[in-house]
Ligand binder design. Structure first.
Ligand code: GLN
Length: 432
């Protein structure tokens, strides 16, 4: 069978191919020469499957899409406190190159506008690195996100440097507030080189999938940044990634995203997918026109909005029944799926409503495929309370979804691999 996914992608690209509105970025002369007809889209799943259609292997400069990744490196390298002291997390509602800093502190409002991104570049790598070492660290870090060594487009870089007056003005202002502590021109050069890294839509989708996959590159298996960093980066992308169009984006598309003026656009949907599109014509906000349309379509066709409410937690309790009769009776609660807080709450209520009279109570986890920390602790608290009420509690857990269960003070639990063992174990202990 041929996968329907690339066919779907090609079909959606065809629907938007004729839209020629917008224009390639003009303020970087070299970008204005880009072929405006280029159009591509890539899906990278968090387990490493990659699908694409159109211009997926054409290189273009990453531009502002480098910002969330450099922010991730800075957070990982210097820690949250150091970075947050210098760059805020508030949406600016302004253009990406607005010369605006927080009143008083002089902090840039967020790391997605240029003021914040220039500062973030200066915070990547260990303290004391010189400009060249830092750039090398940033290139290596972004390459790890992409899963291949990225290189710089020197002509785009020098073209931007010749016209970098605005970014230089921002950097000098940052220097005057001591947000930047080194030569502003050198930092702008490093930042501009970072923006000039060449990527393909395929690279960008893998970079986004690395965020969606809690910081582990799904192709190389490398952990690039720690999980708390990913949560921070995705949060900032969702509130600030599309600049002054962030509110429209959050409501209509609902995928943490970042755009770049060379026409790239990425979205990372936690736990599911990294998406990238490439189309150079931009709208008034500096976001790719067809990229925005494609994301709108992907989100509605496939229910990718982060605020899409998932199926009810009620389905966590698959069945609640008694096997055996009289003194041999065993109460069994069969659980299923992925269990988080709301699912565990449903189990608590099921146990309370049932108020089991049978001595043995078994929680059957055979069909549970994941359980998060809070849900695990809640299930073990149920075990503890059932023990205190005089029950013999069993976890039917053939795949050790809860390794080394410890129900704590006064709790006791036997782990078995099938329901059959519950009966025999209870019988052996003379309760049958
Ligand atoms: N290098 C560009 C700049 O600093 C990046 C802007 C963007 O992609 N939005 O202006």
């Amino acid at each position: 069978m041929r996968s329907p996914i690339p066919d779907y992608l090609a079909e959606v690209l065809a629907d938007f191919a004729s839209d020629t509105s917008g224009a390639p970025a003009g303020y970087i002369p070299e970008l204005a020469t880009a072929d405006p007809e280029r159009l591509g889209a890539v899906f990278a799943m968090v387990d490493g499957a990659v699908y694409g259609a159109g211009d997926v292997d054409i290189e273009f400069t990453i531009q502002s899409i480098s910002k969330p990744f450099t922010y991730a490196l800075a957070l990982a390298d210097r820690g949250f406190d150091t970075v947050l002291a210098k760059v805020g997390v508030e949406p600016s509602g302004e253009a990406f190159n607005e010369i605006s800093l927080e009143g008083g502190s002089g902090r840039p409002l967020n790391p997605m506008i240029n003021a914040g991104a220039i500062t973030t570049h200066s915070l990547a790598g260990a303290e004391g690195m010189d400009a060249a070492q830092r750039l090398d660290h940033v290139v290596s870090g972004l390459s790890a996100f992409a899963g291949r060594r990225l290189s710089i487009d020197e002509s785009v870089c020098s073209s931007e440097m010749e016209h970098a007056h605005r970014n230089l003005a921002i950097a000098h202002m940052l220097r005057s507030y001591n947000i930047l502590t080194e030569d502003p021109a050198a930092v702008v050069e490093g930042y501009t080189r970072q923006c000039s890294l060449l990527v393909t839509a395929r690279d960008l989708a893998v970079m986004a999938a690395t965020l969606a996959n809690h910081g582990v590159n799904p192709l190389s298996g490398e952990r690039v940044v720690p999980e708390p960093v990913v949560r921070q980066v995705l949060s900032v992308m969702s509130t600030c990634g599309m600049y002054d169009a962030a509110g429209d984006w959050a409501t209509q598309v609902g995928i943490p995203a970042k755009s770049g003026v060379a026409g790239g656009l990425i979205g990372a949907l936690p736990g599911q997918i990294g998406i990238a599109t490439f189309s150079p014509r931009l709208d008034a906000h500096g976001n790719s026109v067809r990229g925005v349309s494609l994301f709108g379509r992907f989100s509605s066709d496939m229910g990718l909005h982060v605020m899409e409410v998932p199926a009810a937690a009620r389905s966590v309790v698959r069945s609640n029944y008694v096997v055996g009769a009289g003194p041999n009776a065993i109460r069994v609660l069969e659980l299923q799926g992925g269990i988080r807080f709301a699912g565990a709450e449903r189990v608590v209520r099921e146990v309370m409503d049932t108020a089991p009279t049978e001595a043995p109570v078994a929680l059957d986890l055979t069909m549970v495929y994941s359980i998060d920390d809070v849900a695990r602790r809640m299930l073990l608290e149920i075990v503890r309370r059932l023990t205190l009420d005089g029950h013999d509690v069993y976890l039917i857990d053939p795949e050790f979804i809860i390794p080394d269960p410890d129900p704590g003070d006064g709790g006791r639990v036997s782990v078995v691999s099938s329901l059959g063992q519950v009966g025999s174990d209870a019988a052996r202990r003379g309760r049958g």
